[in-house]
Ligand binder design. Structure first.
Ligand SMILES: Cc1cc2nc3c(=O)[nH]c(=O)nc-3n(C[C@H](O)[C@H](O)[C@H](O)COP(=O)(O)O)c2cc1C
Length: 203
């Protein structure tokens, strides 16, 4: 598998126009483009999670946005999540998006896949507390959160919609994305998706 053949899906957790995390995601996608096949996913059209509409569980009509999101995560070798922090934790939209790809249990579109966590906040913690909770959530799906992650504190002064990125931050994002791509390639080669899935029940 060459660099361009590694497929990374990336999504942001803020629905706000002018989102700092949205701008950070824009930069990450730009930096990732030479390294892999990157697709940026939109979560704003996902409805609130409803088990009746979950294609793996319910018998209602699955919303098109849900099917598209699940398919895109399913097709990816690795994932990047760029999420804000709300109330020291994971914002509803980010959690809602993950809930839509959380079934069947232990056999989800994220199972066995490397996930890079990033986030920006105007405060000093740079979303680190939300990322700890994200790690727990991802662990429940047997997704593989990368040990290294990115927190951008005081982001209102470092991330501007039309501005460039601080060179150190640009370099760090590149390093982390290379790590994600390498891990995604290795996970795919080792079929970690298959290994982390619950073995089928025997009669
Ligand atoms: C409901 C709410 C809760 C927030 N809680 C936190 C928090 O716990 N930690 C933090 O660093 N910033 C917090 N903030 C500030 C956000 O980090 C800030 O609004 C940030 O710009 C949101 O990300 P975005 O620009 O990508 O939309 C909160 C903001 C809102 C609206």
């Amino acid at each position: 598998m060459g660099p361009a053949e590694v497929r990374i899906a990336a999504f942001g957790g803020s629905l706000r126009a002018g989102s700092l995390n949205g701008v950070l995601l824009d930069h990450a996608v730009r930096i990732a483009e030479p390294l892999c096949e990157i697709s940026r996913l939109e979560i704003r059209d996902l409805p609130l999670y409803n088990q009746d509409l979950d294609p793996t569980m319910g018998d209602g009509d699955t919303p098109a946005a849900v099917a598209a999101f699940r398919n895109a995560i399913d097709a990816a070798d690795g994932v990047m999540i760029v999420s804000p922090e709300y109330s020291w934790s994971v914002p509803g939209p980010t959690k809602n998006a993950i809930d839509w790809v959380s079934r069947p249990a232990f056999d989800t579109p994220l199972t066995g896949k490397p996930v890079l966590l990033a986030g920006a906040s105007p405060g000093p913690a740079g979303t680190g507390r939300a990322q700890l909770h994200l790690r727990q959530i991802l662990h429940s799906l047997r997704a593989l959160a990368l040990v290294n992650d990115l927190q951008v504190p005081f982001a209102h002064s470092t991330i501007t919609p039309d501005g460039g990125l601080d060179p150190q931050l640009e370099l760090r994002i590149g390093e982390l994305l290379r790590e994600l791509v390498d891990d995604a390639r290795a996970a795919s080669a080792a079929d970690l998706v298959g290994r982390y899935r619950v073995p089928p029940a025997t009669a």
